[in-house]
Design a protein around this ligand. Structure first.
Ligand code: MCA
Ligand code: AMP
Length: 511
């Protein structure tokens, strides 16, 4: 082991001495040992090293969740390059933007997407495109198979870039949040102690691995504790319930908890071995919190974070730290600063609602190649403006009450209305549109579009939905589209989205 600040080195140092122990168990019954992870990551790291990539080269991956996809992520860290995860739901226009913006030296995609992804990548100057499929086929592993299974972990400084995570922008353009090895490791170490990771913990991993929740919070948590993961390639509530008796930790977005509650098998007995249920990425409704406690006897721990900052606040894990309070996201994590300020930047009083700003070793250094945007998002005294609106109570618990950014969170995925409106407005026959989020019993918020047709244009909901299918990720596609003669505007000419949200508030009402 070297003394580098490489995140992988810290994770690797926590693995059990006996590398033959199981590290990962898949839903198909395949078991990967710690040695398999060690060898697999070494071979892929050696493949990357053999390509003669420049320092700081980006490796973009749009691949299905699999143990090998996990190894690819770890291998990129191990080799000292920069990982760029992409949601598998992204369509060509979205992927093209990321590739042009990040200029990855290597792109890894599913075999079935090779044709269009490689065309985009080679056009943008990417030198290497590999494929990786769920069934372990594809050129990445074929090439890695010829590599040595010994690899010395690349030496990194805490400030060296480890990942770029794209988060959508309010103006429609995605921004790449640059996270360093130090950002990610400091947060992982804080969560290890705060969430009381202990010997014998087993994590059920059922989240996608292209966003912070599944990729960092869950994976770093387990690997930094040498804990086995029960690895599910997709969330299926029955499959989770079946495995609860053999696990101790579960992490999910609120939609996962809503769906688990619909399973009759979710009982106190099924959860008897469980230690911790964590929720985040979107607000957990107090009703869900309560129903889960009544059904299982477990109190979900809700926490709050962002792609730019990893985790910021958390309800207590250990009883001596206090109670887990429904509707709150808990106090700031140790080492993290959270403050609430008014529009003029002055500090809010206890319980006064204002803008949430944060600071800490976990906070990113800036947006990839967007120095002006980065400067706008930080205050003069170095605090990051989250775009969330909240209040801190006398005990320091944060409650998120809204967002100053025009953002919809659907099933834990972020949808920026401006981006969806941009795609709708480009469709023939559309004069303008407004995209809003309204309460949805399953996804928390459901995306809805109000579309104003051009005079004489023949538009309908089905045609608009069909046209969007090819253009944007499925979770961004409006669940309903309404044709309207005009959009309500205030005196300044701004569309009154609040009014639209009120009008459609009961659209997806349960039942
Ligand atoms: C799927 N669909 C959705 C969503 N997911 N619609 C709206 N919102 C969604 N999130 C739609 C698809 O468009 C499709 O519609 C239909 O559901 C079936 O698609 P499928 O992929 O089979 O759905 P699923 O497997 O049931 O997925 C639902 C899900 C998934 C499991 C809740 O969305 C999910 O894994 N969400 C977790 C997201 C996550 O990890 N977020 C963390 C971000 P159609 O049939 O019409 O095509 S990290 C973060 O936010 C920060 C840092 C933090 O604090 O953690
Ligand atoms: P992302 O850009 O995907 O990292 O999403 C970050 C945003 O998700 C935050 O700025 C919040 O608006 C939201 N978020 C994350 N966790 C929570 C939570 N527990 N409650 C409410 N909102 C949350």
């Amino acid at each position: 082991m070297n003394d580098s600040a490489n995140l992988f080195a810290a994770l690797r140092a926590a693995w059990p001495a006996d590398l033959e122990l199981p590290a990962l168990e898949t839903e198909h019954g395949a078991v990967y040992s710690w040695r398999d992870l060690e060898r697999g990551t070494a071979m892929i790291a050696n493949l990357l090293a053999s390509l003669g990539l420049p320092e700081g080269a980006r490796i973009a991956a749009q691949v299905e969740k699999s143990p090998e996809a996990l190894m690819l992520y770890l291998a990129v860290l191990r080799a000292g390059y920069v990982y760029l995860p992409l949601n598998t739901a992204y369509q060509a226009a979205e992927v093209e933007y990321f590739i042009r913006n990040a200029e990855p030296a290597v792109v890894v995609c599913s075999g079935r997407n090779f044709q269009w992804v490689s065309r985009l990548a080679f056009t943008a100057g990417t030198k290497h495109v590999f494929t990786l499929n769920e069934d372990r086929s594809g050129s990445l592993l074929e090439r890695a198979a010829h590599m040595s299974d010994a690899h010395e972990i690349a030496v990194k400084q805490p400030g060296d870039l480890g990942c770029i995570v794209y988060t959508s922008g309010t103006t429609g353009r995605s921004k790449g949040a640059m996270l360093s090895h130090g950002n990610m490791l400091s947060n992982a170490l804080t969560l290890k102690s705060h969430w009381d990771w202990r010997p014998g913990d087993v994590l059920i991993h059922a989240l996608p691995i292209f966003h912070v929740h599944g990729l960092f919070v869950a994976i770093h948590g387990a690997l930094l504790n040498g804990s086995k993961m029960i690895w599910l390639s997709r969330f299926e509530p029955g499959a989770v319930v079946e495995r609860l008796p053999r696990a101790t930790v579960f992490m999910g977005v609120p939609t996962l908890y809503v769906r688990l509650l619909a399973e009759p098998g979710l009982t106190r007995e099924a959860c008897a071995n469980m230690r911790l249920f964590v929720s985040g990425s979107a607000p957990l409704l107090p009703d869900t919190f309560k129903a889960f406690r009544e059904r299982t006897g477990h109190t979900i721990l809700e926490r709050y974070g962002m792609s730019e900052t990893v985790m910021l606040t958390s309800n207590p894990c250990k009883p001596e730290h206090g109670e887990r309070i429904a509707g709150t996201v808990g106090p700031a994590l140790p080492g993290v600063g959270v403050r609430i300020v008014r529009d003029d930047g002055s500090a809010c009083a206890v319980d006064e609602i204002g803008h949430v700003q944060v600071k800490g070793p976990n906070v990113f250094s800036g947006y990839w190649r967007m120095p002006e945007k980065t400067a706008e998002e930080f205050t003069a005294d170095g605090w990051f403006r989250t775009g969330d609106v909240g209040r801190l109570d006398a005990k320091g618990y944060l409650t998120i009450v809204g967002r100053s950014k025009d953002l919809i969170i659907s099933g834990g995925y972020n949808v920026y209305p401006a981006e969806v409106e941009g795609f709708i407005n480009e469709l023939p026959g559309v004069a303008e549109s407004a995209v809003i989020g309204v309460p949805h019993p399953d996804f928390g918020e459901g995306v809805v579009a109000l579309v104003v047709p051009r005079p004489g244009a023949a538009l309908d909901e089905a045609a608009i939905t069909a046209a969007l299918r090819e253009r944007i990720a499925n979770f961004k596609r409006p669940k309903r589209v309404f044709l309207v003669p005009e959009l309500p505007r205030n005196q300044m000419g701004k569309v009154q989205k609040n009014l639209l949200r009120e009008q459609h508030a009961a659209l997806f009402a349960a039942g």
